[in-house]
Design a protein around this ligand. Structure first.
Ligand SMILES: O=C(O)CCC(=O)C(=O)O
Ligand SMILES: [Fe+2]
Length: 334
């Protein structure tokens, strides 16, 4: 559901699985969920996922393939109809750092989609390096600017500080909040950048910004090398900014950054995810954040499961020991 003045171009960025496609995905996820160790972080189980994802419903494969090639104006794809059965979803965890190591049906389906797009990665310093991570509110952390909080979460590129930040972030809903008001906010640079003045747009390409690690990372914020917030093709650049953790190094850069934040806010859409929805955010081109909500910590709170996908797995090999999926290096130069 979209709840604001920026309706998404539905044909472009929404795929609602048909009943037949849901059955196919259910069967495939059930097969994977019972394979080998049934552990989502086990290389053998992931090898099975890599094989089985080639049997996903054809229209889903075509849509994912098209999306990874060009993520469109929204730089986001919402897939509806993953196997999430309300009766089978356990109580929402409420501890910090919670992750999904067992191959549940929803986790298996999420991994199948992610593995079709590329390779799943995680960061050792975040959520103990688990590939499938829980995004849940945690008591006492309401005001945290991170996924354990429940106040409004500032728009950001995921792990913007990191040279090997994911290309795509998958956010699958197992359960929304009691009041059904928590919304994932997404905003595409393809829609935001035309609102900037040419001078600001050009300045944002210059290395006049620094970005610290978010609170969810165990390592403290270190001083970083200045970088451009926009990089690459001037007519369709990648974006690297986290409005909670990126700072300008001079007043003119600060003015450009403030204009950029206003532009992203103006074009942001809010998605109230329903169980079985997964939003794939193109982390090179779009920002995401979250509206505020009120957790009750009674087992019925909002529960999102998250995965990170990289398209060029080889590029991060230097920071992935033993060619595993977990990135272990701390801050690395871009
Ligand atoms: O809670 C959400 O919808 C998004 C939180 C977030 O930014 C994340 O998990 O990366
Ligand atoms: Fe995030």
């Amino acid at each position: 559901m979209l709840v604001d003045t920026n309706p998404l171009a539905a044909g472009e960025c929404l795929l609602e699985l048909s009943p037949v496609e849901r059955d196919e995905l259910d069967r495939l996820a059930a097969t994977l969920a019972t394979r080998s160790s049934r552990r989502t972080d086990d290389p053998g189980w992931l090898a099975d996922a890599r094989e089985l994802c080639c049997m996903l419903p054809a229209r889903l494969r075509a849509t994912l393939r098209r999306f990874t090639s060009h993520s469109g104006a929204e730089a986001m794809l919402l897939v509806r109809g993953l196997p999430v059965a309300a009766a089978d979803v356990p109580p929402t965890p409420s501890v910090a750092g919670s992750v999904q190591r067992e191959a549940s049906m929803p986790a298996a389906a999420l991994v199948l989609l992610g593995m079709f797009m590329g390779e799943l990665v995680a960061f050792r310093e975040e959520k103990s390096g688990a590939l499938v991570q829980d995004v849940v509110p945690v008591p006492g952390q309401e005001r945290v600017q991170g996924n354990s909080g429940s106040v409004r979460l500032t728009m950001h590129v995921e792990n913007a500080f990191h040279a090997h930040r994911p290309d795509f972030v998958g956010l699958m809903c197992l359960r929304n909040d009691h009041d059904n008001v928590a919304g994932l906010r997404v905003a595409s640079s393809r829609k935001a950048l035309p609102r900037l003045t040419p001078a600001h747009r050009s300045l944002l390409h210059e290395p006049r910004f620094v970005t610290a690690a978010p609170q969810s990372f165990n390592q403290g914020a270190a001083a970083e090398t200045p970088h451009g917030v926009l990089t690459g093709a001037v007519d369709d650049p990648d974006v690297r900014v986290d409005f909670g953790n990126t700072a300008a190094t001079d007043p003119a850069a600060a003015a450009a950054l403030a204009e950029l934040e206003r532009a992203f806010d103006a074009v942001a859409s809010t998605l109230i995810l329903a169980p079985g929805d997964v939003a794939w955010v193109d982390n090179r081109l779009s920002l995401h954040g979250r509206t505020s909500f009120t957790p009750r910590y009674d087992g019925g709170d909002r529960w999102i499961q998250r995965v990170f996908v990289q398209l060029d797995f080889r590029r991060s090999r230097v920071v992935r020991p033993h060619d595993g999926q977990v990135i272990t290096a701390p801050l690395v130069a871009p």
